[in-house]
Design a protein around this ligand. Structure first.
Ligand code: FMN
Length: 221
């Protein structure tokens, strides 16, 4: 697959076929992903592949925490506390596109919640992964993690699989650490759902927009 094509045609997939993905395929993706660059080759990435039993347990535990009003306690602040332009509008457009693909109106809180809750069971993907990093590393290593994550998303496409990175799975890091036996000195960065896309599912039938190059690029002498 052409690299530009792999990048341009990747999208976040949120409905998967039940077709199993073998351990060998997962390894193939990770074998490629580990060639991500990292500052002084630190390779700070840690990854836990979640088995089917624990995928269910994690999802059930997080939903139960949410339903009983346990506050989220993420290891890091992904989003700003207060949304400002232009990010606010982009965020809104992103949510609108998702819920209108599902034919859910903005007012229908219950349906929106149900759709969002699918996050916690990795959208039913055959493969669920959690990406984590040692807390004693610096902010720079989080850049390396982003590159590693993107490599997974792209390498997956190379073997016919699709993905969705999921910060939702970092909302209750204590549940993730405890259930998956991840050391307490690791921060939970995100989850990744991976499998064969169900392209017939409405949720997979929209594309997010991008700003043109000139909107974010400056050229100097
Ligand atoms: C680190 C990261 C975390 C994300 N977390 C979630 C998530 O929890 N749930 C979700 O449905 N999408 C999640 N997304 C997907 C974004 O919504 C998506 O990348 C964005 O809307 C652009 O769409 P695209 O990936 O289809 O190009 C996440 C993306 C990234 C990069």
């Amino acid at each position: 697959m052409d690299v530009i094509d792999a990048i341009r045609k990747r999208s976040s997939v949120r409905a998967f076929l039940p077709t199993p993905v073998s351990k060998e395929q997962v390894i193939q993706v990770l074998e490629a992903a580990r060639f991500a660059p990292s500052g002084v080759n630190t390779q700070p990435w840690h990854l836990t592949v979640v088995g089917n039993n624990l995928k269910k347990i994690i999802g059930d535990k997080i939903i139960s925490a949410l339903e009983s009003g346990v506050p989220e306690n993420p290891d890091y602040l992904y989003y700003p506390k207060e949304w400002v332009e232009p990010y606010k509008s982009r965020r809104k457009a992103c949510g609108l596109a998702l819920y209108s693909a599902l034919n859910i109106s903005v007012e229908d809180k219950e349906k929106r919640k149900a759709a969002w809750y699918r996050n916690y069971h990795f959208f039913g993907a055959p493969v669920g992964m959690i990406v984590h990093i040692e807390k004693r590393l610096g902010t720079g290593s989080w850049l390396d993690m982003g590159m590693f994550i993107q490599n997974i998303l792209l390498a997956a496409r190379g073997v016919g699989l699709e993905t969705c990175p999921q910060a939702a799975l970092a909302e209750y890091p204590d549940i993730i650490r405890e259930t998956l036996n991840i050391p307490t000195d690791h921060s939970i960065i995100c989850g990744i759902a991976m499998g064969y896309a169900d392209w017939s599912a409405p949720i997979n039938q929209y594309r997010t927009a991008r700003e043109p190059v000139e909107s974010f690029t400056r050229w100097t002498e």
